[in-house]
Structure formats: structure tokens, C-alpha cells
Design a binder for this molecule. Structure first.
Ligand SMILES: Cc1cc2nc3c(=O)[nH]c(=O)nc-3n(C[C@H](O)[C@H](O)[C@H](O)COP(=O)(O)OP(=O)(O)OC[C@H]3O[C@@H](n4cnc5c(N)ncnc54)[C@H](O)[C@@H]3O)c2cc1C
Length: 280
């Protein structure tokens, strides 16, 4: 499934804590959000005194040249990205990534899967990297394999047929992250928007509006983005009531949600990759 999103990334210096211009935030972002926000970016504190910055565009390409990169950031609603890019002291290279398509090879459906052959990670399913799901899913698959091997070893039985059962369970494991990721990408394509994807997109638009002001909703959102909680927690009555009673309309949202976080440790780098709207 083609996502038609391109991103260009750059690393540069971040003022040290002792410096007067040390920023009081660790993450600043503006989400891509179909159909109103086709341009976006994320600025993320990494290592001790470095920023990594990615600029995103749907059916467009953020420039790789220094001036064009800054101009693109200046046109975002969140001014923090351009301000930090502008004050960098060294010109550093940019890297463009264009292959953001989702691809799932349905090995779980292969009859007579060869014994002792295991496929995991991107060999089975590649996600649009803007959602930051690939490493987490690969780790969940490794954990699953570990559990299955440990059980088989404890039972003293040989490994026959384990590989086929594993691929089937990987198929079930992938269903949720795949739906989450592709639902969001489908929203850019007016011809292929299933009803379920349209409803979740409508719901999410309001959810963001609530989450930026409500710490409890925000905490749930971050847990879902980090794949430590099911998306179902965002449809819990405690959240749904707030979301459905918000008076927000799309007209209140001229381009896209923008924000910053003071505390990077509360949101992992993976979470910060959810710049294409949340992955569901
Ligand atoms: C630009 C980008 C950004 C991403 N950002 C994130 C993110 O923020 N968060 C996240 O969770 N995921 C992210 N991902 C996804 C994540 O990187 C992958 O899902 C993950 O690396 C998959 O792990 P893997 O072991 O399956 O494959 P890989 O990490 O690709 O490892 C495969 C290895 O096999 C080697 N190899 C290939 N062919 C052969 C051969 N014939 N013989 C021997 N070796 C071979 C390759 O060199 C490579 O080292 C991103 C991906 C990309 C491309």
C-alpha cells in the first residue's frame, strides 16, 4: 500500500543546558493529517546536545538544500522547528527517504510452510516508517518465538511444525499494527477509504483536540503509540465521552495539530515518530 509520503532528515547541534538559548522542550512536532495537513515535521532531542529533524510531505518532497529546508519548516504552523534549524551552527547533510510504502507478505497463509524456516521483521511486513512500528513489531515477534521455543523445549518435543505455527501467529500479531498503519495512509486516498478508516479518522481528529489539553487522555495516547496498550483504550468511555462531547469542528483546525513536549523521557523516540497522525 503506497503512502506517497516523503521525508527529509537532518541532524544538528542543540544548545547545551548551560547555554542561554537552551530550549525548554525536547520534542516539537506538527502532524501530517489527511486531508488538511500535507506538510509536517518533527524535531527530537537525541544524544546529549543534538537535534534530529525530519520534515514530511504528502505527494511532495521537503527540499534537501539548506535554504529550502529552512523555508519549508518556516511554513509549518509550529514555529519551533524553523527557529531551531535557523540557529544551527554547522551546515550538515540532509537525507531523503521516499520508500514509505506498507508491504505485508502473507506467509501465514502459505500451506505446508517449510519446517525450521522462520521469517520475522521486515521480511514479513514493512510498515510506513513514519509510524515507528517496525522495530517494536520485530521485537514482539522475537518475544513470541522465544516463548514458543521455550515451551517446545520444556515439553521435550522436537521442533517439527513449529515454524508453520509461528508464521500463523505472526499473521495474527500483525493484524492490529497493519490496520492501524494502513488506515491512516488510506485517508490520503479519497477512492479507497473504508468506512472503519473514515470513522477512526473522524474520531482521531477530535481525540487530538482533547489530548493536547487533557493529561490522562494524552497518557493513553502515548501508550497506544508506543504499542504497550491496545487502541481500544482510546475508545474507553472515560475517553470517548470527552471526545464525543468536544465542540471542536474541522474548521477549527486550519492546517494540522502542532505541539511540543518538555519531557522526552515521557514519550519515547518511537512515539515521536507518529507524525502522520496516530497509526490507526
Ligand atoms: C528510514 C526508516 C526509519 C525508520 N524508523 C523507525 C522508527 O523510528 N521506529 C521503528 O520502530 N522502526 C523504524 N523503522 C523500521 C525498522 O528499521 C525496521 O522495521 C527494522 O529495522 C526491521 O528489522 P529487520 O531485522 O527485520 O530488518 P533490517 O533491520 O533491515 O535487517 C536486515 C539485515 O539483513 C542484512 N541483509 C540483507 N540481505 C542480506 C543477505 N543476502 N545476506 C546477509 N545479510 C543480509 C541487511 O544488511 C540488514 O543488516 C524505520 C525504517 C526506515 C527505513
Amino acid at each position: 500500500m503506497k503512502a506517497k509520503v516523503t521525508y527529509t532528515s537532518m541532524n544538528f547541534d542543540r544548545p547545551e543546558e548551560s547555554h542561554p538559548s537552551h530550549p525548554d522542550f525536547s520534542i516539537a512536532y506538527q502532524m501530517l493529517f489527511a486531508p488538511r495537513a500535507p506538510r509536517a515535521g518533527v524535531l527530537l532531542a537525541v544524544k546529549r546536545n543534538r537535534w534530529t529533524c525530519s520534515l514530511f510531505a504528502f505527494q511532495d518532497q521537503p527540499p534537501t538544500d539548506d535554504t529550502g529546508y529552512l523555508r519549508f519548516a518556516e511554513n509549518l504552523d509550529n514555529p519551533r522547528l524553523a527557529l531551531q534549524i535557523e540557529r544551527r551552527t554547522l551546515q550538515e547533510p540532509t537525507y531523503r527517504y521516499t520508500n514509505v510504502d506498507n508491504q505485508w507478505r502473507p506467509y501465514h497463509a502459505v500451506m505446508n510452510w517449510p519446517d525450521r524456516l522462520i521469517a520475522v521483521g521486515d521480511a514479513v511486513c514493512v510498515f510506513n516508517p513514519v509510524y515507528g512500528q517496525g522495530l517494536t513489531v520485530a521485537a514482539m515477534e522475537a518475544e513470541l518465538l522465544h516463548q514458543m521455543l521455550a515451551r517446545r523445549s520444556a515439553s521435550g518435543k522436537p521442533l517439527d511444525s513449529l515454524a508453520g505455527s509461528f508464521q500463523k501467529r505472526v499473521g495474527r500479531l500483525l493484524l492490529s499494527p497493519w490496520t492501524l498503519s494502513t488506515n491512516s495512509d488510506l485517508m490520503w486516498n479519497p477512492d479507497r477509504r473504508p468506512l472503519g478508516a473514515r470513522f477512526t479518522h473522524w474520531y482521531n481528529t477530535r481525540l487530538f483536540h482533547v489530548a493536547v489539553k487533557d493529561a490522562a487522555v494524552w497518557a493513553r495516547f502515548v501508550r497506544v503509540v508506543n504499542m504497550v496498550a491496545s487502541p481500544a483504550v482510546l475508545f474507553h468511555p472515560a475517553v470517548a465521552l470527552k471526545v464525543l462531547s468536544t465542540t471542536f469542528t474541522l474548521q477549527d483546525w486550519p492546517s494540522g495539530p502542532a505541539g511540543c513536549a518538555r519531557c522526552a523521557s515521557r514519550t519515547s523516540p518511537t512515539a515521536s515518530r507518529a507524525v502522520n497522525g496516530p497509526p490507526w
